[in-house]
Design a protein around this ligand. Structure first.
Ligand code: IMP
Length: 504
C-alpha cells in the first residue's frame, strides 16, 4: 500500500520565526553569513565556503558570466547554466576566472583603418565612448592608440576620416603593465588626470582597461569570494548525460564547484555521474547533486558522494512540474525533513553535508526561514533574473520595466537533459513557463538590502552565524487567518503597485 503522510506539506509563507534573546552584542553588521559549500569531516575546515548564503540558479535567464562576477563580488556563487554547448559554458567560466576586479576586457575595439562613421555606430551599439585601437581590431591585439569622444568633433570631423588620423596614438598614452595592481592603477589615473588606463603585456598587447569611475565600486566589496589566486569563485551546472565531456572541460576552465542540475535527483543517473567524477577527480572536484525532497533522497545522494544536496521540487516560480506530473513537496517541509536527515547522517558518520534550498523564495524573509530550518544556503532564480546583470532582455511593458525569465523546462530553454530519464533524450511536455519579472536594478543594491534584513532577523533570534540560527531558531506554523494579519490590513495604502503587490 502507498505511504501517505499524515501532515500536509508546508511552504515558507506558512511559517514564522519567534524572536530569541537579543543582547547588546547582537549587532547586524557583525553577523557572519558564511556557509560551507562542500562536505567536510567534523573538526575540519570545508574546502570551499561562500561568504553569503546566496547562489544563483543554473538557468539561461539567470547565471551567465556577468551575473557570476557580480554575485562573487558580493560573496556568493553562481552556477553557470549548462543548457548550452560545453564550449560556450566553459568560455563563460573562463571569463569569470579571468576577470580581475576593476580590470575590464575592452568591448569596443577598432582597427586603425576604421572610419569615424564606424566609431559612431559602435558607440551607439555598446554605449561606450572609449575604444581601443589595436592592430587586429580585437580586445587583445597590439595597442596602437585610444579613441574617446575628445578625439573628434562631431560637427567638423569628416565621417570618412580614418581612426589612425585622429586617435590618441600609443606614444602619447600612459599605460600600465601586467604587474600593475588596482591601487597602483588608481595612483596613475589620479596623477595624470586620466579617465582610463590601458594595461598591456610585455609585447604591447592590450590586456585590460581600468576606468576611473570603477575604482570606488571595486574597492568596496569586503565579502568578495576569491580563490587562492585572487580570482572570482565560479560554479557551473552539469547533467547526467554528457558529464564525461562536460566535467573535464569545466574543470579545465577553472570551475570551483559543479552541481548536477536536475528536477529529480533521487536516481541512478546521478549516482553514476557522482561515481564517475570521484573515480576521475577524487575530492579535487566539488560536486553537488539534487533535487530531492525527503530523507530517503538525501541519504541516497549523501551515500553516492554528493558534496552538497539541493532540495526542492515544484516550488520554483516558473515551475509547472506539480501541475504537469503531480510530484513535489511544500518547500519548507522538504527542507526541514532533509535537514533532519543531514543531522542524523552527521551523527552517524561525522560528515557534514551542506544542503541548499532551491526555488520558491518570494520574500527576503523566506531566505532566513530556509536557513533557520537547516539549509546552509539557498538557490534563487527569479530573484536574480530581475537584475541588470542577468542575461535576459529588459523590456518596457505598460508603465514598467520587466526582465524576461523562463524555466529550464520551458520550450524556450529546451533543457530536456534536466528532465532526462535516460531514454531518447526528448520530452513531449514542458515543466516550466516563459514569463516576465519586474526589473529591479543592480544586483549589489538588492543583495545588500536583502542581507541587511536577514542579519537583522538573525539578531532578533540571538544568532551571529547561520549555525547559531539553526541551533537557536524557534519556528511556528501560522494559521491561514494569521497570514492575513501578517501583511498590512484594514487600512487603505497610499502607495501600492497597481497589482497590489510589494514582492521582492
Ligand atoms: P525560483 O527562484 O523560484 O525562480 O526557482 C528557481 C529554481 O526553479 C531553479 O533553481 C530550478 O531548481 C527550478 N527550475 C528552473 N527551471 C525550471 C522549470 O522549467 N521547471 C521547474 N523548475 C525549474
Amino acid at each position: 500500500m502507498a505511504f501517505i503522510y499524515d501532515e500536509p506539506s508546508h511552504t515558507f509563507s506558512e511559517y514564522l520565526l519567534l524572536p530569541g534573546y537579543t543582547s547588546a552584542e547582537h549587532i547586524p553588521n557583525q553577523v557572519s553569513l558564511k556557509a560551507p559549500l562542500c562536505r567536510f569531516k567534523k573538526g575540519d575546515t570545508p574546502r570551499l565556503s561562500v561568504n553569503i548564503p546566496l547562489t544563483s540558479a543554473v538557468m539561461q535567464a539567470v547565471s551567465n558570466d556577468t551575473l557570476a562576477i557580480a554575485l562573487a563580488q558580493e560573496g556568493g556563487i553562481s552556477f553557470i547554466f549548462g543548457s548550452q554547448s560545453i564550449e560556450n559554458q566553459a568560455d563563460m567560466v573562463r571569463r569569470v576566472k579571468k576577470h580581475k576586479a576593476g580590470f575590464v576586457t575592452s568591448d569596443s575595439n577598432l582597427r586603425p583603418e576604421d572610419t569615424l562613421a564606424h566609431v559612431l555606430s559602435l558607440r551607439q551599439k555598446t554605449g561606450h565612448s572609449t575604444m581601443a585601437v589595436t592592430d587586429d581590431g580585437g580586445p587583445n591585439g597590439k595597442l596602437l592608440g585610444i579613441v574617446t569622444s575628445r578625439d573628434y568633433r562631431l560637427s567638423r570631423t569628416p565621417r570618412d576620416m580614418q581612426v589612425k588620423d585622429f586617435m590618441t596614438p600609443f606614444k602619447d598614452l600612459i599605460v600600465g603593465r601586467e604587474d600593475t595592481t588596482l591601487p597602483m592603477a588608481n595612483d596613475l589615473i589620479w596623477k595624470h588626470k586620466l579617465n582610463q588606463l590601458p594595461i598591456i603585456d610585455k609585447d604591447g598587447h592590450l590586456l585590460y582597461l581600468i576606468f576611473r569611475k570603477d575604482y570606488d565600486t571595486n574597492k568596496d566589496n569586503p565579502l568578495e569570494l576569491l580563490d587562492d589566486r585572487k580570482r572570482y569563485i565560479c560554479g557551473a551546472g552539469i547533467n547526467t548525460r554528457d558529464y564525461e565531456d562536460r566535467i573535464p572541460a569545466l574543470v579545465e576552465a577553472g570551475a570551483d564547484a559543479l552541481v548536477i542540475d536536475s528536477s529529480e535527483g533521487f536516481s541512478e543517473w546521478q549516482a553514476r555521474t557522482l561515481q564517475w567524477a570521484r573515480e576521475h577527480y577524487g575530492n579535487d572536484v566539488i560536486i553537488g547533486a539534487g533535487n530531492v525532497v525527503d530523507a530517503e533522497g538525501f541519504r541516497f545522494l549523501a551515500d553516492a558522494g554528493a558534496d552538497f544536496v539541493k532540495v526542492g521540487i515544484g516550488g520554483g516560480s516558473i515551475c509547472i512540474t506539480r501541475e504537469q506530473k503531480g510530484i513535489g513537496r511544500g518547500q519548507a517541509t522538504a527542507v526541514i525533513e532533509v535537514a533532519e536527515a543531514r543531522q542524523k547522517y552527521y551523527e552517524e558518520t561525522g560528515i557534514y553535508i551542506p544542503i541548499c534550498s532551491d526555488g520558491g523564495i518570494v520574500y527576503d524573509y523566506h531566505i532566513t526561514l530556509a536557513l533557520a530550518m537547516g539549509a546552509d544556503f539557498v538557490m534563487l532564480g527569479r530573484y536574480f533574473a530581475r537584475f541588470d546583470e542577468s542575461p535576459s532582455n529588459k523590456v518596457h511593458i505598460g508603465n514598467s520595466y520587466m526582465k524576461e525569465y523562463w524555466g529550464e523546462g520551458s520550450a524556450r530553454a529546451r533543457n530536456w537533459q534536466r528532465y532526462d530519464m535516460g531514454g531518447d533524450g526528448k520530452l513531449s511536455f514542458e515543466e516550466g513557463v516563459d514569463s516576465y519579472v519586474p526589473y529591479a536594478g543592480a544586483l549589489k543594491d538588492n543583495v545588500q538590502l536583502s542581507l541587511s534584513k536577514i542579519r537583522s532577523t538573525m539578531c532578533n533570534c540571538g544568532a551571529m552565524s547561520i549555525q547559531e540560527l539553526q541551533d537557536k531558531a524557534k519556528l511556528t506554523l501560522v494559521s491561514a487567518t494569521s497570514i492575513v494579519e501578517g501583511g498590512a490590513h484594514d487600512v487603505t495604502l497610499r502607495n501600492t503597485d497597481m497589482d497590489g503587490s510589494n514582492h521582492l
